[in-house]
Write a protein that binds this ligand. Structure first.
Ligand code: ADP
Ligand code: ZN
Length: 310
């Protein structure tokens, strides 16, 4: 009997739930918008109730096995944050100080564990995606790397020496401070805490507020993209100098703009100015700054990977 796991990608915009054991074995999946905690977590719980304890199915002769029959071994939750990922803390598994209305201090892991009676793994959405990419995607074979998402927010997670990074709380790579030239870019930034931190300057909503159009509507030759690439590259250079990652994976809606990857790679090389004598950066940057190998399934597969290490 193949063990079966559940994964929840708990995003600020949508939740994705899945049951399976890996990218080639996803047996059920559901996506729904993030509304109130009660409604959204309730929908996730109902999804798993339909897919666990399915060891048996009612039939006229009693219970019989169903094709989808294994009970869930554990559920992993990859959550938007900030979160408390420390298993020794009394608020483990909570979303903590999020500005998202209604979601501050929400015990996501506890609600799922109590309702379903299974062990729960819990981490940030980006640490989970990093774990998934390490197991099945673009970070196979490296042990120190970063996974960033550039979407409604900017988040970063990753591994150092094969361990997901937690430390004090967890990384908040979106909120690093980057130089902001107010003359060429008078946009003040959208971060409610810092104004023009990286997230304030370079998320999808920041693009939209600065240019008056959603990112997906801005043409490839629009001046939005060199500026966006500049900010992202400034962020990456800081991360490269601090963590010495062997690879950087960039996902999220904004990275769907095809000109961004080449622009970001060139900016990173220019900003580093030959200082880091690493072939990965000097010669093979196309394999250094890369999209997720798991595409838009990195989050939910990462959640399944979290469940597998509970
Ligand atoms: P979330 O961060 O909420 O999970 P996404 O990663 O899909 O969601 O990011 C959504 C953001 O990405 C929106 O601000 C949207 O305008 C922007 N976006 C989506 N597609 C594109 C695209 N092709 N080019 C640029 N920006 C995009
Ligand atoms: Zn900020």
């Amino acid at each position: 009997m193949t063990p079966l796991w559940g994964g929840i990608e708990a995003g600020g915009t949508k939740f994705v739930c899945a049951v399976g054991s890996g990218p080639d074995d996803l047996r059920a999946e559901a996506r729904f918008p993030t509304t109130t905690p009660e409604e959204t977590i309730g929908r996730a719980i109902r999804f798993f109730q339909q897919h666990q304890g399915l060891g048996r199915r009612p039939s006229p002769n009693g219970w019989r096995p169903s094709p989808n029959s294994e009970p869930l071994t554990a559920i992993g939750i990859a959550s938007f944050g900030p979160v408390d990922p420390n298993p020794d803390s009394s608020t483990f598994g909570h979303i903590t100080t999020t500005p998202k209305p209604g979601w501050a201090n929400t015990d996501v892991a506890g609600a799922v564990r109590r309702a379903l009676g299974v062990a729960v793994g819990f981490d940030t959405d980006v640490n989970a995606a990093a774990l998934g990419e390490h197991r099945w995607g673009a970070a196979q074979g490296v042990d120190t790397f970063v996974y960033l998402t550039i979407g409604t927010g900017i988040g970063g997670g990753g591994m150092v020496n094969g361990q997901l990074i937690h430390g004090l709380i967890h990384p908040e790579m979106g909120h690093i401070l980057v130089p902001h030239d107010w003359d060429s870019d008078p946009y003040a930034g959208s971060c409610p805490y810092h104004g023009d931190c990286l997230e304030g300057l370079a998320t999808g909503p920041a693009l939209e507020k600065r240019w008056g159009q959603r990112g997906e509507m801005l043409p490839a030759d629009h001046p939005a993209w060199p500026l966006e690439a500049k900010y992202l590259a400034l962020g990456l250079v800081n991360i490269i100098c601090i963590l010495s990652p062997q690879r950087i994976i960039m996902g999220g809606g904004v990275m769907q703009q095809p000109v961004l990857f080449p622009l970001v790679r060139r900016e990173v090389q220019e900003l580093l100015h030959g200082y880091l004598q690493a072939p990965a950066i000097l010669e093979q940057i196309d394999d250094y700054i890369v999209p997720p190998g798991l595409g838009d399934r990195a989050g939910v597969l990462g959640a399944i990977a979290l469940a597998q290490q509970v």
